[in-house]
Design a protein around this ligand. Sequence first.
Ligand code: SF4
Length: 740
Amino acid sequence: MAKLPTSVPLLVDRFGPHTHTIPPGGWTSAEEPDRTVKTHCCFCGQQCGIQLKVKDNKVVGFEPWQDFPFNLGKLCPKGVKRYLQGDHPDRLLTPLERVQGEGFRRIDWNKALDRTAEAIRRIQQEHGHDAFAVLTGASLTNEKAYLMGKFARVALRTANIDYNGRLCMVSAAAASKKILGYDRAANPWSDIRKSKCILVAGANVAECAPITTEYLWSAREAGAKIIVLDPRMTPIARTVDLYIPVRSGGDIGIFNGMLHVMIERGWIDRDFIAKHTTGFEEVERAVRKYTPEYASKIAGVPASMIVRAAEMWGPAESSFLLHSRGIEHHTKGVENCMAAINLVVATGRIGREGSGYAMITGQGNGQGAREQGQKCDQLPGHRDIENPEHREHMANVWGVLESSIPHKGLSALEIFEAAHARKIRGMILLSFNPMVSLPDQRFIREAIERLEFFAVIDFFLSETARFADIVFPGSLMEEDEGTTTSAEGRVVHHRQVVDPPGEARQDWKIICDLATRLGPKDKFAFASPKEIFDELRQASRGGASDYYGITWEKIDEQKGVFWPCPELDHPGTPRLYEGGRFAHPDGKAHFQAVEWRPAAEEPDEEYPITLTSGRVVAHYLSGNQTRRIGALVKQTPQPYCEMHPRLAEKLSVAEGDFVRVESRRGSTTLRALIVKTIRPDHVFVPYHWPLERSVNNCTIRAIDPVSKIPEFKICAVRVAKAAPPSDDHVKLAPEAGGLR
Ligand code: SF4
């Protein structure tokens, strides 16, 4: 059974997180690097170009990659420190097996693979194929994401594969597909600079997609007006023309209210709507009641702000919508995004230079990892797993019977619910740390502890890997080669920079070795990631996200290729929907009428405050990597509870006091950070930390019915001043982040 083999402090002592502050050779090393390799940063969906300096098979530093077109050499604090994870003392160097009562001990590679294959076979024989689940990440290369889908469906024949992009991009994806036809940013980022009005909804751009800040600022310098919607006045909101402090979950009030005003004042393009869209009548009917006064009650802001936003957006000569998790992490996440996209299509300002729409992808390969068939309901190329023609196409590529391909499986959170109910008995997990990142942590831990067998592939012993029976030491991005697809839809090439250390292996090799043990040897006989990419190209051919015409050589030549790229002589498609041609079979955009509804848990008398969660610039996702990099830990060592001075006064809390944030599911105790930049009825806690410091002790296990994204952005809590935490974990080195 999956359980902690020994105490957390002992595990931390051996496997970290410890912080690493100095590159191999030290800061003052005068030695020249052996070589400098052009590749990409792996710490967010922007995929900035970077050059890594290598000496003796170690990454010793970086140089800007000035002529990579997206970031032109610029990097954020995470980008400039990423190389410090390469030679890290916490790095997993051998396979490990759990020894109850002691911890972990080295195990031979063959034994580790045999034990895992044997456990998969036993569980599937006893409980059926679907009783073994595969969970993966959205920071993987396209090649690995493709391989994981094939591994689950061809080697394990389980329906239950899903990925941590389920916590990230799925609401945006579903909404974009429903209205526009494709799940991808409609425009390259260069169009942002040429836009005259930009609406940023629920996106903490400066911290979560830092390089995008420069695009917004250059648009502003060229005369653009910028509107920001967010319950927190995030750094980007402090410099814009209109900041709307919408309450979490109230976004539909703003979007429908703006459209109401735009229709009234004639700021929609009726000609474009008639020629290029369907469904506007229902939308027009739905927004009729969203007068600014009615909408303001939903949004929790003055009606005049909604009118002002419509006045800026409606008659603009060009416009660009950007949205992110702030509107997506809701049980109505898809509806929020659809209401926002309706605003774009109603003006006809899409598919043109300077006019369009983009969701800001969060995870390193948040875009590509959702295209290659590791989602529970999709096959590669954005194909539908329930569509007979799509299934047949993949059966031909894989050389299997269509009937052998499993149908739609459970989403990430549902997989843990099935494990809790003992319907799923075993799991293998690659680059996912649910013991930090999923909501309702107590429940998630119970679910993991009920597994009969649990294997993890990772490069550090994550909080989740601590529960594993077998841990395989995998590879960092710079230790493998492959492609990712950036937030823009640009496919880029990550070059191998160094070899994995010790006995660590590239993830794709581990998966192929395991698949081979489970039977279909010939189907996993890949000699390199390039061979996997070539199969992926065939698999995606004719699908929505068509990579057939993309080759690694073309990527290098063009500094990235935008999909769809259906033929080898095709240059790629940076801007979608030009000429009003949308990606639905009828060529039209399909408006979706949206009605506001409350969150799964709104504040009430007992729990009167809205808790919202998110990221900080210094950390990436669950922090498994960034909580080990000294400079980043120094920048943000601990989570905190951000609250407005009026709320702090009401609670008799002073700056730096400990407060207990408590929901119906659990609590966390943190220091208070008192700021005027948050609504007085909300508190904010960043989510990158585990155990007692996890905001996900409090968040709710409620999901959007379509996208299955959890509602991370709103739940009800009470907050009170608290004594400092005093358990054993606090004694761990505070300079390294303290409580683990
Ligand atoms: S913006 Fe994203 S990709 Fe660019 S350096 Fe920062 S973390 Fe890396």
